[in-house]
Design a protein around this ligand. Structure first.
Ligand code: NAD
Length: 332
């Protein structure tokens, strides 16, 4: 029976990337019944909410979605569609695996880290106001329940996937109450997993250690903002935003998306790398139990890269559609 999957085609380069991924999944003979749902800038331009209620309801009903990047209007006005979706679907765990990929040379050989980012609170509550005419307040919320939930997800993942270490990342030396609560939650959860080695690092030190001692790290777990920043840093280490996949998990739904945004300046140019969305789709295939298809696609991707077929961000000349067709032709 076909897997039902909601599909958000996104803004900017989103639709081009989705087209590429559709070609590859079809060629891999994965039976998916795509259900198009709307969100993002297109909705705002059509006078609708940035994330219409029917979109949220449909993803809740189906339980799985693939999402291309969406544009967040900057400044006053609309909230982020990404943050809104994560909150409305209670996708509390943002999971971003970063690893060295065959055929992509970086200074970070042997990179293999999974970042767990808390997805629902911290400075992403979008609660901001002017305290006086000249002073703005942005509210940072950290709760013990959300902190324990994400730490537990990280430790459970480590145990289930043969990972040996989980490191909690925070800034509790300065934000003693908020990040202090995250750190206490991390230590409380860690005590339930004596089989997994664990320690904590202050976020600035973690950034430095990530680029100097990346092989020391296995699973990292942290509040929302640090996760946002560190996962882009780690994306750069694996070859750039064009190759870094991501997944958002809640108790009832899962939504898969690339780490990168809608790269508006490349819209319609058939230029950007579809790998990040494709690798996000392979995480989705694992979630759907389609492990053989995931392995098949990863093999085809490796064969394509090894032939030197790459998009501009990896030093190549392939287009989005050309690269996607090349991967599809390598499938077994
Ligand atoms: P971006 O990730 O869209 O692009 C930054 C740069 O990274 C691009 O100019 C390009 O050089 C490179 N890049 C990104 N994706 C690439 C790809 N697939 N292949 C090759 N190179 C790629 O970040 P931005 O310009 O800061 O944000 C643009 C919009 O995207 C904003 O509205 C932002 O809010 C939104 N955004 C959305 C998401 C999401 O949907 N999950 C994530 C981040 C940013």
């Amino acid at each position: 029976m076909a897997h039902k999957v909601c599909l958000i085609r996104g803004d900017g380069v989103g639709p081009e990337l989705v087209a590429g991924v559709e070609v590859i999944l079809k060629a891999a003979k994965v039976d998916i019944d795509w259900i198009d749902v709307e969100a993002g800038l297109k909705c705002v331009e059509a006078g609708k909410p940035i994330v219409p209620e029917e979109t949220v309801a449909k993803i809740k009903e189906i339980g799985v979605g693939l999402k291309a990047p969406m544009t967040t209007p900057i400044g006053k006005g609309s909230v982020s569609p990404n943050v809104t979706l994560r909150k409305k679907l209670d996708l509390y765990a943002c999971v971003r695996p970063v690893r060295s990929l065959p055929g992509i040379k970086t200074p970070f050989d042997g990179l293999d880290i999974v970042i767990f980012r808390e997805n629902t609170e911290d400075l992403y509550t979008q609660i901001e106001y002017m305290a006086t005419e000249h002073v703005a307040h942005s509210v940072k919320i950290i709760s013990d329940s959300a902190s324990e939930q994400i730490c537990q997800a990280a430790f459970e993942y480590a145990r289930a996937n043969g990972r040996k270490k989980v490191v909690g990342v925070h800034k509790a030396n300065i934000m003693k109450i908020g990040d202090g609560m995250f750190l206490r939650s991390f230590k409380k959860v860690a005590a339930d997993y004596p089989d997994i080695e664990s320690w904590d690092n202050i976020v600035d030190n973690q950034c430095m250690q990530l680029v100097t001692k990346w092989k020391l790290y296995d699973v990292l777990v942290m509040p929302n903002l640090y996760g946002d920043i560190l996962s882009d840093l780690a994306a750069g280490m694996m070859g750039g935003l064009g190759v870094a996949p991501g997944a958002n998990y809640g108790k009832k739904c899962a939504l898969f998306e690339a780490v990168h945004g809608s790269a508006p300046k490349y819209t319609g140019m058939d230029k950007v790398n579809p790998m990040a969305l494709l690798l996000s789709a392979t995480l989705m295939l694992d979630h759907l139990g389609e492990h053989a298809a995931r392995v098949n696609i990863e093999g085809a991707l490796e064969a394509t890269l090894n032939k030197g077929i790459k998009t501009y961000d990896l030093g190549g000349t392939a287009t989005t559609s050309g690269f996607s067709a090349a991967v599809a032709s390598e499938l077994k």
